[in-house]
Design a binder for this molecule. Structure first.
Ligand code: FES
Ligand SMILES: [Fe+2]
Length: 391
């Protein structure tokens, strides 16, 4: 049984206006975007309870591949073992708590702590601990790396930090069946970048969940996928999805709207090739399935006003084998668009901290943002019937 949540620092009555139906609802109270106590509560109530995406399996491609995810302040190690299994460990040494890995990625035959050289196998077992022979009651089997529960789906690596969530596929509920026709495990990364946005993580989620801002913030994107053509996908599980129809003369979202001969994603149907599918997998994975590439954003909240974003773009493995994963037209397009979102979210953070701001109303086309905020409210413990599954 999962322990009960600590008390929510926001009085639950303050959340009721957000839980109301869209036509009546009011946005979240301002303290949820700035208060360190709320941020600490969210780590326990949201981030540690969910299955959160930490990366893609291709980031740890072979035995000995090791990568440090910024999902927690100390980091979570993803390590592929000699048996091919991807495992997760807290990046902390059981001896005296030093951090094990300083670099985001490395290749190892074993993991050696840089402080006093305790050595661990790729499966986390303690293999060597200098000057411990004379100790009483010291069993190396009790001093392996602290394990994190990890599972994979469609090439995404997920971790559940509190270890109490249902199995990943059960937790994702109906998402795998909606996503099932694409085969995304084999995709290859063409570009990955990581940057810190000076805004609360929920502002980034709310922004991703609506296309209402496209005309003014992303005129280039709005030309290819006009906001007026947005549709939503019914969901039952901890996710929400929507579609954007491509303009008739565009093949994809890139600088000139052309695929430049790139293959469609494996499993993409003729109908899919005319659409962009956006999915927000609660709480911090944002995915956009374009006809010929997959766009992934992982949010790692680092402080009430700071969120690390890891943005990556993945292609079909057989796309232009002579020029693997090189798509400057796509990279340049998203460099521009990501900066546009970063700027608007950072300016919004300043706004929601203003003494002059009171939570506003949602526009009728901001149903996705409202749905996201209802999931926040529900995860905080507000238990009225607010829809959206958060476990
Ligand atoms: S803290 Fe790691 S070996 Fe001492
Ligand atoms: Fe945007």
């Amino acid at each position: 049984m999962r322990p009960p949540l600590p008390p929510c620092p926001v009085p639950l009555e303050r959340l009721r206006p957000t839980a109301a139906p869209l036509e009546l609802a009011v946005q979240l109270p301002p303290e949820v975007y700035r208060d360190p106590e709320v941020f600490a509560f969210e780590r326990v109530a949201i981030l540690d309870r969910a299955w959160r995406c930490l990366g893609r399996t291709e980031e740890v491609p072979e035995s000995g591949s090791c990568r440090c995810s910024p999902a927690t302040p100390e980091g979570v190690l993803l390590v592929r073992g000699e048996d091919g299994v991807v495992r997760g460990f807290y990046n902390v040494c059981p001896h005296r708590g030093a951090l094990l890995l300083h670099h985001p990625a490395a290749h190892q035959t074993s993991l050696v702590c840089p402080y006093h050289a305790w050595r661990f196998g790729l499966d986390g077992r303690l293999l060597g601990a200098p000057h411990t022979r004379g100790l009483q009651g010291f069993d190396p089997a009790d001093h392996g790396l602290p394990a994190v529960r990890v599972d994979t789906w469609q090439g995404f690596v997920f971790a559940n930090l509190d270890g109490q969530a249902p199995p990943l596929l059960e937790w994702l509920d109906d998402l795998p069946s909606v996503f099932g026709r694409w085969r995304l495990e084999a995709l290859r990364c063409g570009r990955s970048e990581s940057y810190v946005v000076q805004a609360n993580w929920k502002l980034l989620g709310e922004n991703f969940a609506e296309s209402h801002h496209f005309p003014l913030i992303h005129p280039e994107l709005n030309r290819l996928t006009p906001t007026g053509r947005a549709g939503s996908i019914a969901s039952r599980g901890p996710w929400q999805g929507g579609t954007m129809a491509l303009r008739e003369d565009a093949e994809t979202v890139s600088l000139d709207g052309s695929r430049h001969g790139r293959a469609l994603l494996p499993g993409c149907t003729t109908e899919d090739a005319r659409l962009v599918y956006d999915f927000l997998v609660w709480p911090t994975l944002l995915v956009s399935v374009q006809p010929d590439y997959l766009l992934v954003y992982r949010l790692d909240p680092v402080a009430p006003r700071a969120t690390r974003v890891t943005a990556s773009i993945h292609f079909a493995p057989d796309a232009r084998p002579e020029e693997p994963c090189h798509a400057p037209d796509v990279f340049a397009f998203w460099d521009l668009t990501n900066r546009q979102d970063q700027r608007v979210c950072e300016r919004q953070q300043l706004g929601v901290e203003s003494r002059g701001w009171r939570p506003g109303r949602y526009a009728t086309v901001e149903d996705g943002t409202h749905l996201f905020d209802r999931m926040v409210v529900r995860a905080y413990g507000f238990s009225a019937s607010v829809g959206g599954q958060v476990r």
